[in-house]
Design a protein. Structure first.
Length: 340
């Protein structure tokens, strides 16, 4: 879409993101703290975003005070050395993506589309190191521009060009070409969602509008529900990120951050299986610590929490142990910070 309306919307969205502003509903006024307030609603099956629960989930997300929602259509690769990725029965259909984006906008939420590439065998996408990089990047460019066109068509407010592909993300030349192809297709602001141990090695941040980090830093070496102790764990990381943002002259958005409702979650935030013991108090303490540690940081663009509820019959983790804050003390933390 190249109409004047779309161009105007893109400029407005870019200005809002680059100044750390997030808007609510149809107006363009910034949130009180000027930061993105987002929650991810992932899809695990082709029809998840078509489900009747979708509208209710989005209302619930907006009810926390969130102003953004993240959607994650996912393609799959058969091995870390292969050069192609493809859809499966776990890939959200384009029809369902169109529907969920429309519902999100109807609910007054802005959208970041964050397409993922995962491994069929469930391995870590960071281990993807294709034997033929040229062939892999050609296939990846087709994949990511497919969603960039969809994002442009749907007036999506922000787009992620990749997520946690550490085995390829040091390749500045090829990634710069991918980003250029996305910009030829989509007019809005762009980021890349780097893992917390990946972001400093990336050399193409200058081609993007925001530094994106999936912020799963361990904050403690043992289980704790003490937000002050966890906030202290953030202190050296805050110092490191402030210097990085200043060096690049770009804001940093936490494209993901989250904590399972499990004992010891802050020691391994990236793990779905830290413990079989539920610990909603530790999850809420970790939410509190992150929001406290980054409150008022002018270079911090905000956070997109991982994640809202699983779809019925699709979650592999019991709800009481899962990442969702819904109906738990962590949701109350969000409401207090985001709604006042």
């Amino acid at each position: 879409m190249r109409a004047l309306r779309r161009a105007t919307a893109a400029v407005t969205a870019a200005v809002a993101v680059l100044t750390g502003c997030s808007t609510s509903g149809g107006d363009d006024s910034p949130t009180p703290d000027g930061q993105v307030r987002g929650i991810t609603l992932p899809a695990w099956n082709t029809d998840d975003y078509d489900r009747p629960e979708a509208r209710g989930y989005l209302r619930q997300i907006a009810g926390t005070g969130a102003r953004w929602v993240v959607f994650t259509p996912t393609w799959y690769q058969n091995g870390t050395r292969r050069a192609t990725m493809h859809t499966t029965e776990e890939t959200a259909s384009d029809r369902s993506v169109r529907r969920i984006v429309g519902l999100a906008h109807d609910a007054g939420l802005k959208v970041m589309l964050k397409p993922h590439v995962d491994l069929v065998d469930g391995g870590d996408r960071a281990d993807i190191r294709p034997a033929d990089p040229d062939a892999w990047f050609t296939a990846y460019r087709r994949f990511i521009t497919h969603y960039a066109r969809l994002a442009d068509e749907l007036d999506v407010e922000q787009f992620a060009v990749g997520t946690e592909l550490a085995g390829t993300s040091t390749d500045r030349r090829r990634w710069t070409k991918v980003i250029a192809a996305v910009r030829d297709t989509y007019d809005g602001p762009l980021t890349y969602a780097a893992n917390f141990d990946e972001y400093s090695r990336i050399r193409f941040w200058d081609s993007l509008d925001l530094v994106g980090i999936d912020a799963y830093w361990p904050l403690a070496d043992s289980a704790t529900a003490d937000p002050e102790r966890l906030a202290k764990g953030w202190q050296p990381i805050v110092t490191e990120l402030a210097a990085f943002a200043a060096r690049l002259d770009k804001k940093i958005l936490f494209t993901e951050a989250g904590y399972a409702s499990q004992r010891g979650t802050a020691a391994a935030p990236y793990s779905w299986t830290v413990s079989e013991r539920a610990a909603a108090d530790e999850q809420s303490a970790a939410y509190e610590a992150l929001l406290t540690a980054f409150d008022g940081r002018s270079w911090w663009a905000g956070v997109c929490w991982w994640m809202w509820d699983d779809w019925p019959d699709s979650g592999e983790t019991a709800r009481k142990l899962a990442y969702t804050p819904h109906g738990k003390p962590a949701e109350k933390v969000l409401r207090r910070w985001w709604r006042g």
